[in-house]
Design a protein around this ligand. Structure first.
Ligand code: 5RP
Length: 218
């Protein structure tokens, strides 16, 4: 699987040019991309600045030698991973970085999703991850239940209690049916007071899929 993730990352490198501002997603697939981008910058003597989408991606970028900025400049291209690829949208948030990811990915002129072939979701399901202001967790959960979802508060693996995101919020992993018009649900979820962002990403430029042999684009 890691060759597939790396090949997806390699497939996205060709979109990067000298002088670009590049959004750096979070996760293992984008971890490959960030490392390879650092190598490309040294080898080809090109200059690129990154916009990290989490503390984790910030640390990975620093390790790769990529200078970082915030959102003070336009983002040319954002490269980010996915948990599940469906027809017309992707689901994200497995790493809990969905809010800053969506801010950076949607601010970019081109948002490119990179993923291994196993993420293509014919018949597969993945929860819709919803980041909530801690105070609103119960009212948001009730609103989600009324919409037909089963929300579950994400709890830590090596910490007691809820996972606290990089933005100081909680996460609800919501099992349920996503309608054909996923973009509409994406907007509706964000209209619930207390919801910060959700893991449906319906706006992207391209998806680069990696497998053991190489990569291809959807
Ligand atoms: C983090 C994400 C990641 O992009 C997603 O979880 C994919 O991760 P990986 O590349 O490790 O499979 O949405 O919030």
């Amino acid at each position: 699987m890691s060759a597939a993730k790396k090949n997806a990352a390699i497939g996205a490198l060709k979109f990067i040019e000298d002088g670009m501002v590049v959004g750096l997603g979070s996760g293992t697939t984008t971890g490959h991309f960030t490392r390879l981008l650092g190598e490309k910058m040294k080898k080809e003597r090109i200059s690129v600045v990154g916009v990290p989408t989490s503390y984790d991606s910030e640390m990975q970028a620093k390790k790769a030698g990529i200078p970082l900025i915030g959102l003070e400049r336009e983002v040319d291209v954002a490269i980010d991973g996915a948990d599940l690829i469906k027809d017309g949208y992707v689901l994200k948030g497995g790493g809990g970085a969905l809010t800053r990811e969506k801010v950076v990915d949607y601010a970019a002129e081109k948002f490119i999703v990179i993923a291994d072939e196993g993420k293509i979701g014919n018949g597969k399901t993945y929860p819709v991850v919803v980041e909530v202001v801690p105070f609103a967790r119960e009212s948001v959960a009730r609103a989600l239940e009324k919409m037909g979802f089963e929300p579950e508060l994400r709890v830590g693996g090596k910490k007691l209690g809820p996972v606290v995101t990089d933005n100081g919020n909680f996460l609800l992993d919501c099992t349920g049916k996503i309608p054909k018009d996923a973009a509409r649900l994406e907007r509706e979820l964000n209209s619930i007071p207390g919801v910060v962002e959700n893991g449906i990403f319906s706006r992207y430029f391209k998806i680069v899929i990696g497998n053991e042999k190489g990569s291809y684009e959807l």
